[in-house]
Design a protein around this ligand. Sequence first.
Ligand code: GDP
Length: 372
Amino acid sequence: MKIKKYVAPTMPEAMRKIRKDLGSDAVILNSKEVRNGGFLGLFKKRNIEVIAALDPEPEKREKKATPSSQSYPMPKRPHLENENRSVLDEIQHLKKLIAQQNRQFDSYPPDYQVVFQYLLDQELEEDLAREIVDAVVNKHEEQKDQKAFNEILEDTRLEITKRLKTLSFTGITFDKQIVHFVGPTGVGKTTTLAKVAAHNMLKQRKQIAFVTVDTYRIAAIDQLRTYADILDVPLEVAYDINDYLQALDQFKDYDLILVDTAGRNFRDKRYINELKQSIVFNDTVETYLVLSVTAKAKDILDVYEQFRQIPIKELIFTKVDETNQYGSILNLALKHQLGVACLTNGQNVPDDIITPSPEMISSYVMGGYYDV
Ligand code: GDP
């Protein structure tokens, strides 16, 4: 792995140097503000120091690879010779079959019951898991030939993909000038906003401004301020609707205004009401609900219930690198007919963000069968 340090006055400049030097596969390991030069400790110049790396053999990287639309992510599995791998897979499957046979009230033939149980283990809601397995069973009954277990797994994946394909998966299109990020505290809203901003500045060359209405946590404002400084983007803090409207007016000539919102206890109904009063939700803005896949599936559905009063365009799921259970994405997307604009898979700004396809999400859900 090649690791290099870059120092530049702004993040975009540092990124340009890195891309030129290391190419588009380079990853950012760390970035921080540094001050150097000056006289007797005075007049020091503010710079951004970025540590970037290039792995000559990226497929061997430890970190979960960012999937492209062609190669879907499969959870990491220990390296084994092919023969051993298939014996191990067979044993895993037999173990699950035996465990399944000890359960009462099985509603499907054993191989299908195992898949049903796997979907429940992925934290899919039971009725949704049942709908999916029912569809696979029906399809196979119509085809009238006995399916190998791998075909059952594959057809389940295809069934999930088919359902996701009925949703809009436009990603953040930036058709609207104002983009809001809402969601519970700690899910990664601010980090995601910084990733989105950096990508737009670098690839689309957009002029961006930040507004935060996160006035409850000083640390949260500081965090966005740091990103604003690094990216050289103006930031306004809005304490009420007037500040917010004034900030929008001030930034009216910018291509994009990204709005970070107060992340407070979503169970507190007052929060949603305050949020509704402190920002504008109409058809001039796009709002994305940011949720972490590491939260409990039930909590994620509860959060959505609180936020559904707000017009949500699509969902953003963060921290896919921290779990092997992705059922929550399906619960929300399929039950509430909402597409997924982004997935984030790490703390690195700006690299750890993916625009997913339906195929990618179904592969996340089904890819871990032999690892559970
Ligand atoms: P906010 O309160 O919703 O604005 O959340 P923050 O943006 O402050 O993020 C909270 C923590 O989650 C920080 O430590 C982030 O670095 C971390 N984080 C954000 N996105 C991801 C991600 O995709 N994966 C991982 N592992 N951590 C993340």
